[in-house]
Ligand binder design. Structure first.
Ligand code: LLP
Length: 412
């Protein structure tokens, strides 16, 4: 069942008309469906029942406080990558014992904040970071639980910018270095190596690379065992893909079952860090046609959402489905949908067949719930969009639209 649906020729989020929301809150507007967020979280988390596991939603995908709160209420843990995300997760009411801290460049103050909060685990990505965490922990008289992020050298077959587990990537440690690192960590006074971690990439549409990485990690764990290093946590990162266009990623149930099978009897506490699969298809970006423009070669829809609002098409040439918000029976036109920003790279979609639209009419850009608002900026001094959560008949302003005052607030 989908929560963004046409009813009487008008697109709705749950029970609320998108056109009415746009009218009330303006555009560009992010609209999230609470029911979809809940359904996605539940589908993912329940796919691993039978396994001692924890689903730590990856905050970077959509870090709106109300979204985090909704997930926290469902029992989600969180995967964070900065002090800012820690701050959000704690504010949203996530228990610190369910927070894991990933990322390749944690600063000392961020490490200290996480230690103070007593998070579950640091996913460590370099030998330097291990020493830094040990020092900070020592100064605070604490012990940090750590995992090393292993780079298993598998090809996730996704966009190069979001592939992370191949030898040439900046992420994690190769197994030879990691083995030494575990032995060093064991001798340090204020870190305790209790887990292994990997994250091989994002928007993966098959299970095989995950299983390949898992195999390598399990073999590595055995090797560590022989050295007297007992690993009780295994973090498999995020990365499960979604349907933007015609991709057919495995259903979370299938994904969970395959992993659970491979992990059966291994006596591991498993951590998963899904982001996109929870939030991606739970959100749309609503935008208004400012002008229509015909050139000798193209028909353009110039809309009020731009690459500062949704950068994925510009940055990764990624596809987002687009449709009109109110159905009409005009003939279909082959459109490029572009924003007002002064760059040719500013487009949301190219060569899309959409029924002819007029100035002032609305478009919905789908699958915008993950890496949409979180990657937005003020480029061209554009005000960031508002974010709305629809929950049945209720509308929550999850983030009000920025104002010109907000724009200058931090400047002198
Ligand atoms: N864990 C770690 C350590 C990660 O680096 C990421 C994403 C995740 C979990 C969540 O991955 P997911 O389940 O969402 O695939 N901006 C890009 C995606 C970058 C992903 C970065 N890391 C995009 O818009 O496609």
């Amino acid at each position: 069942m989908h929560h963004f649906e046409f009813k009487n020729n008008e697109l709705h989020a749950e029970n609320i008309s998108i056109a009415e929301l746009a009218n009330e809150y303006g555009t560009p507007l992010y609209v999230y469906s609470a029911a979809t967020l809940r359904r996605h979280f539940k589908a993912f988390d329940s796919a691993f029942t039978g396994l001692d596991h924890m689903t730590c939603y990856s905050v970077k995908a959509n870090s709106n406080l109300s979204v985090l709160r909704l997930l926290a209420e469902m029992g989600a843990g969180m995967d964070i990558v900065s002090g800012g995300e820690l701050f959000r997760a704690l504010k949203a009411g996530v228990s610190s014992s369910k927070i894991v801290f990933s990322g390749v460049g944690k600063k000392a103050y961020e490490i200290a904040e996480a230690l103070k909060a007593d998070i579950l685990m640091f996913n460590v990505e370099s030998v330097g970071e291990m020493h830094r965490i040990n020092e900070v922990a020592m100064s605070m008289n604490k012990t940090a639980r750590i995992s090393f992020r292993i780079n298993p050298d598998v090809d996730p077959k996704t966009h190069p910018y979001i592939s992370t587990g191949m030898k040439k990537n900046k992420f994690g440690l190769d197994m030879v270095t990691a083995k030494e690192a575990y032995q060093t960590a064991k001798k340090l006074s204020n870190v305790n190596p209790v887990g292994i971690d990997c994250h091989i990439g994002s928007q993966l549409t098959t299970i095989e690379p995950f299983l390949e990485a898992l195999d390598k990690l399990l073999a590595f764990r055995e090797e560590l065992g022989l050295l007297g290093i007992e690993i009780e946590h295994l973090d498999l990162g995020g990365g499960l893909g979604i349907t933007y266009d015609e991709e057919q990623p495995p259903h979370p149930k299938e994904f969970g079952e395959a992993l659970s099978k491979a992990l059966e009897g291994k006596n591991l506490k498993v951590i998963l860090e899904p982001g996109r699969v929870i939030a991606g298809n739970a959100g749309i970006l609503v935008t208004e046609v400012i002008y229509t423009k015909k050139t000798p070669t193209k028909d353009f829809l110039i809309v009020d959402a731009a690459m500062n609002d949704l950068v994925r098409p510009s940055l990764y040439q990624s596809y987002h489905n687009i449709s009109e918000v109110v159905k009409n029976d005009r003939p279909v036109v082959d459109y490029d949908v572009v924003g007002p920003i002064c760059e040719s790279g500013d487009f949301l979609a190219k060569d899309r067949e959409i029924p002819e639209l007029m100035q002032g009419e609305l478009l919905a850009v789908y699958s915008a719930g993950a890496y949409g608002f979180t990657m937005s900026s003020n480029y061209n001094s554009r005000l960031r969009a508002a974010e709305i959560i629809v929950d049945g008949d209720d509308v929550i302003v999850a983030r009000r639209r920025e104002t010109y005052e907000d724009l200058l607030n931090l400047e002198s």
